[in-house]
Design a protein around this ligand. Sequence first.
Ligand code: SAM
Length: 241
Amino acid sequence: MRVDIFTLFPDIVDAYLGVSLMGKARGEGLLDLRVHDLRSHAAGVHRMVDDAPYGGGAGMVLMPEPVFACVEAAQPQRPLLGLGPAGRTFDQRLARDLASGDGFSLLCGRYEGFDTRITDHLVDDEVSIGDYVLAGGEAAAFVVVEAVARLVPGVLGNAASPDEESFAEGLLEYPQYTRPPEFRGWAVPEILRSGDHGKVAEWRRAQALARTVARRPELIEVRGGLTESERALLERWGLGV
Ligand code: SAM
């Protein structure tokens, strides 16, 4: 998978995505990550990339010339996604869509964001990581790249694990436990130590459903509500709603 990232801070992007799982994926050739400095095509000794907004107001806006020039020279993998709070909200579904392709590109903003001709005519779509405002798009790029790359076959050691995580089936994950079996009087549920794999799977499914109903009821609604068999499962485990 090829991922191009356009940023004013290439060093922090390279540093963050050069370690841990992403660093390993890059080292193994599973992730071809190319980081581009938006200043590389800026004109003048000061390599200016921003200017004051037309109409007045606080802050600076990223200019179209250096951004278009940098992107056009790199010929990045499409789709090119502009990162910004006004974009469509990034979620696991979009992560899966991106992971099923050959790659994608991310454009990180700074200051007050992009001249609108960049978002109108250069990027293919705009993506937000949530309803809050960051100082720059780099942290958002880390979120998107990590969420997508870990779905690429081979990136996670255990190939099955993304299928059992939160959002994989529109549900939150079941509770996880490890050793010791008892810690400060809090015991691991007996069923998980029973060795009965069928019952463990059933308990986990019931827990995932109950957790999602309690914490994220809108996810259950999106699935069309609980089915009769899911209600029966919850009843059987004393988690009825
Ligand atoms: N003036 C813009 C607005 O009100 O929508 C905010 C600009 S923000 C200070 C600077 C940059 O941070 C943006 O261009 C974008 O790349 C990034 N950014 C901020 N919040 C973000 C979010 N929720 N999702 C993705 N990127 C974000």
